[in-house]
Ligand binder design. Structure first.
Ligand code: NAG
Ligand code: NAG
Ligand code: NAG
Length: 444
């Protein structure tokens, strides 16, 4: 058998689970995945048929382990290729519990253990090994085996890329397995027309990107825009508007502060953002630049537990708030889906380098750990496609600090230039760290 799966864990999973198991969770609770992983993006993407199959095939853990080691490139057949155009007999074969291995091999055949963005696509035919170990040819005419790339670089994340392809790829081994049972005559009989890529159920793809629909795939996060790209071109701003697209971030921030005040129970936070710090202004500036933010908003009860000491230390309110700002657009739905599927998810925060961990608990999303954890309490208080506000019932601190005063943080450094926006400054530092500051016009 030339198509074997990486890892021993997979065999254990295979032995103990059937594809019907819808609540398959990573068996190792220590496993954690970054929220900006290409796997999270795949499951949130418009490739709903593919991601359903990946889940049915119990491949998430295998893939999590793969992206922990190396980048992956995923060739994602459009939904139609896995729905209407797929031979029903072949599909039935794949979904039979006894053929789980064939399904897994088929899916892993669409994944390469390396990062191949379209600007690094080979000119000449190049055979590349896939995650199912069978080779696949990448051809100079932007086809992979016999499938045309119809959406190059559709999804780009720090640990991988997804290209949309027109049809399903079938590795020899799976074809042989199927032939051994039945004939594969009609599997690829339908010629795809490259029709518009609209998921018939969610209608996600064709929606104009800014603003992203609530619950839709997260737009390109800040860190994405900062990642040192292969070219020297300015990093893309979220959405198709390009790097120079400007948004009225200030009024969006005003809008969400107003919403918080009307919502009730979040006055302390609003006060910190507006009166105690200049964070509201800075958030507005960032959003105007094209970045997106998710605010984990501690409610008044949670804020009341903060001591005066914790708040009065220079820079402390800012430091506390940075840890509640995720440089991604996430909704309650997208976060809940991620923690359900992956068990534990790490979100980047603007308090570098600290991440905030999230997991499913009691049918909700729980952030942080132990004593200092907080539940997603008031979902989607505000979601406009660029700013998302999620109410939580606790104030979060980076794990290393426990729930103690946030004084140990490198706050002093950041406080050094009070005239300058703290948030912006942190962002500029991050940009500078990767040598990509030129496109971020407010950094000097
Ligand atoms: C799973 O957890 C066990 C014990 O915590 C650990 O020894 C093992 O290495 C983990 N395996 C993976 C794949 O993370
Ligand atoms: C994935 O690729 C990026 C860009 O080439 C690189 O910075 C990163 O380290 C890679 N990740 C892994 C896990 O190899
Ligand atoms: C800021 O302070 C002023 C004056 O105390 C107050 O009226 C206003 O409500 C505060 N803003 C917020 C958002 O709390």
């Amino acid at each position: 058998m030339d198509c074997q799966i990486y890892g021993v864990l997979f065999l254990l999973t295979l032995a103990s689970a059937l594809p019907e198991n819808p609540t398959a969770k990573p068996s190792n609770s220590t496993a954690q995945i970054n929220s900006n992983s290409v796997l999270v993006a795949l499951l949130d993407s418009h490739y709903t048929e593919l991601s359903e199959l990946v889940e049915k095939a119990l491949l998430l853990q295998t893939l999590e382990e793969a992206v922990a080691k190396h980048n992956i490139t995923i060739f994602a057949p459009r939904n139609e290729a896995l729905e209407r155009e797929l031979d029903p007999e072949f599909k039935r074969f794949l979904l039979e519990p006894g053929n789980l291995k064939s399904l897994q091999n088929l899916l892993l055949f669409h994944m390469i253990p390396a990062r191949i963005e379209s600007n690094h696509w080979p000119d000449k035919p190049l055979h590349h090994t896939t995650l199912c170990r069978e080779n696949i040819p990448l051809n100079g005419d932007k086809t992979v085996s016999t499938a045309k790339l119809i959406k190059s670089d559709d999804i780009i994340r720090p640990d991988g890329v997804i290209h949309g392809i027109e049809r399903l790829l079938i590795p020899k081994s799976v074809q042989q397995d199927f032939n051994a049972r039945r004939s594969l005559r009609t599997t690829s009989a339908v010629i795809p027309e490259g029709a518009p890529e609209v998921d018939p159920r969610t209608h996600r793809l064709k929606k104009p990107a800014p603003p992203v629909p609530a619950g839709g795939a997260p737009a390109l996060p800040i860190f994405e825009a900062m990642a040192p790209g292969p070219s020297l071109a300015p990093a893309p701003a979220p959405g198709p508007g390009g790097p120079h697209h400007h948004f009225d971030g200030e009024s969006q921030v005003k809008d969400f502060i107003q919403t918080l005040l009307h919502y009730g129970g979040y006055n302390e936070l609003a006060d910190i953002l507006v009166n105690l710090t200049s964070l509201a202004t800075e958030m507005g500036r960032l959003v105007s630049e094209g970045y997106v933010l998710t605010v984990l908003a501690p409610n008044d009860e949670a804020m009341a537990k903060l001591t005066t000491e914790q708040l009065s230390e220079p820079g402390a309110p800012e430091q506390i708030m940075y840890y509640h700002l995720i440089p991604e657009y996430q909704t309650e739905e997208s976060m809940y889906n991620s923690v359900r599927r992956f068990g534990k998810v790490n979100y980047d925060t603007l308090r570098l380098p600290h991440k905030v961990a999230a997991e499913e608990a009691d049918g909700s999303v729980k952030f942080g750990r132990g004593e200092g954890s907080a539940y997603l309490f008031d979902p989607d208080i505000y979601t406009d496609g660029r700013i998302s506000v999620q109410g939580i019932d606790g104030v979060l601190f980076p794990a290393e600090e426990g729930t103690a005063a946030p004084k140990a943080a490198p706050a002093a450094k950041i406080v050094a230039k009070p005239r300058r926006g703290k948030l912006l400054e942190v962002t500029c530092k991050m940009l500078g760290a990767v040598g990509q500051d030129s496109h971020f016009s407010s950094c000097h």
